[in-house]
Design a protein around this ligand. Sequence first.
Ligand SMILES: *[C@@H]1O[C@H](CO)[C@@H](O)[C@H](O)[C@H]1NC(C)=O
Ligand SMILES: *[C@@H]1O[C@H](CO)[C@@H](O)[C@H](O)[C@H]1NC(C)=O
Ligand SMILES: *[C@@H]1O[C@H](CO)[C@@H](O)[C@H](O)[C@H]1NC(C)=O
Length: 529
Amino acid sequence: MAPISRLSLLSLLSLATAELTKVSTPVNVLAAEALLAEAAPVAASPSVTATCKDLEKAVPGQVQYSTGPLYAQETKNYWSAALWEEKPFCILFPKEPEHVASAVKVLNTHKGVKFAVKSGGHDPNPGHATARDSVLISMLLMNGTTYDPAKKVAYVKPGGTWNDVIGVLDKQGVTVVGGRLGPVGLGGYLVQGGLSFLSAQYGMAADNVLNFETVMANGSIVNINAQTDRDLLIAMRGSGNQFGIVTKFTIQTHPIGKVWGGYKIYLGSSNNKAVFAGLHDFIANNKDPKAAVIVNTNQMIGMSVYMVFYFYDGPTPPKGTFGKLEDIKATLDMCKSRTYADLLQFNGQGVAGLGQRTSFRSVTLPFLPGHADWYGEIEKTWWDITASFVKSHLTGGATIAFQPFTKAIASASEKRGGNTMGLKASDPHRFILEINFLWGNKTDDQLIWSMGKQLTDKIAAQVKGFNGAKYVNTAGVAAAQSYTPYFMNDASDDQPVTGSYRDGARFAALQKMHDPQGLWKRVGGFKYD
Ligand SMILES: *[C@@H]1O[C@H](CO)[C@@H](O)[C@H](O)[C@H]1NC(C)=O
Ligand SMILES: *[C@@H]1O[C@H](CO)[C@@H](O)[C@H](O)[C@H]1NC(C)=O
Ligand SMILES: *[C@@H]1O[C@H](CO)[C@@H](O)[C@H](O)[C@H]1NC(C)=O
């Protein structure tokens, strides 16, 4: 998911309310801050310089320095403007799996050198897809999607975004389980799990990957699938880059025609109760796996803005599909029947590349049938923590995305063999929070991070203290005993994601087995301990 920028919200809302058009968008402030963020000189250590030289020899013509033709574009191609400062010393642009294999062999000979692998650049955690003053491997040129109608699979290379993939497949009447916003990069999304509008029908995105063509730590290119190594296949689904660099995904396709969706905006805090009651009702009572929602709450300009993404896998949702949410009058309704490719493009408009700093933080929570007030309490806690910052910073924006993570999703995931989160059909309903911030000034980085942490700490303490019948999950188990693994795609680097997995210890052991020298300890991203 993505934070909703004030910029895009304002332009949307100005369609709906005359009042808001009086607030002029601080574009000049954005531009000034973006400029400020750029000037970071690149300084490399001798070992990094030597690594880049060796990469040039191993993969001739594909290594670029700060003056290279793709360097400037690629180091700007991140959702979070904070990452524009994380300039690598050199970037390798592999074109073939063999290029990646050669690079891995080079990296094995330079023990101390850190590096990172980048697909679409959606992850805002500094150091995950960036390698300041070091080596970045960009998958930009390893891109393209092809469809095999006989096998009902798509071959998807790791460079590019969901817009690219879905655009190609849509024309053939098929799709894959993938991103909800078109401009999100596909490589990181797929290796971290991936929550999709189609997940209640077909599981998480990674569950639908049948083969990972992967460059392993020893530099060999292997195909990982249920026949070659089932344990490793499951481990690949949700471990990030801890087993290797994927050079091609083979993904199960599913038929798709016209879908229905987009978003509706409900303006003002008076909508709070109804929107959250609708969310609660949807998680508890929705029986149609073709329907999905994401409820975003945004605090900007001293105003609450509810932006609810709706999806239905079919041209028109039957009346009542979205339950109580259907009773709320929207300030702005942008939902309609459209192609899936158009939907992803539409959802992504105005959320990517806005030149602001971005942070993600996440927590997975049990759905508590007796506690419909919880979402509003969480929202209030977040507004209390962030209010003074948001008021005093024109470009500041605090968001929470409430994402249903239902039994249907767990069940569909398990049916497909599952992933590292170890979801089970017997698990109770859950929901995932994605906590976002947008801001303009580097000097606020630490403050923003600490505000997010304050919120997740408070929620954790609250869950621990919950007792009584009201705080029992849908399996009848106390809230604090619920299995609530972190969702890697939305998490912050300091959160113990892999440690929260049911079988985390087993995957950690497998990781050590495939990476005895600890090559992937040096790559950006979430780790096994
Ligand atoms: C960023 O914050 C610093 C310190 O608070 C301040 O001096 C500076 O003017 C701010 N920059 C912008 C562009 O707002
Ligand atoms: C791959 O990426 C390059 C560079 O961004 C682009 O020009 C090309 O059209 C893409 N190819 C495919 C098949 O998507
Ligand atoms: C490299 O590692 C992979 C998996 O970790 C293994 O299957 C393969 O045999 C290894 N190759 C060599 C040459 O050791």
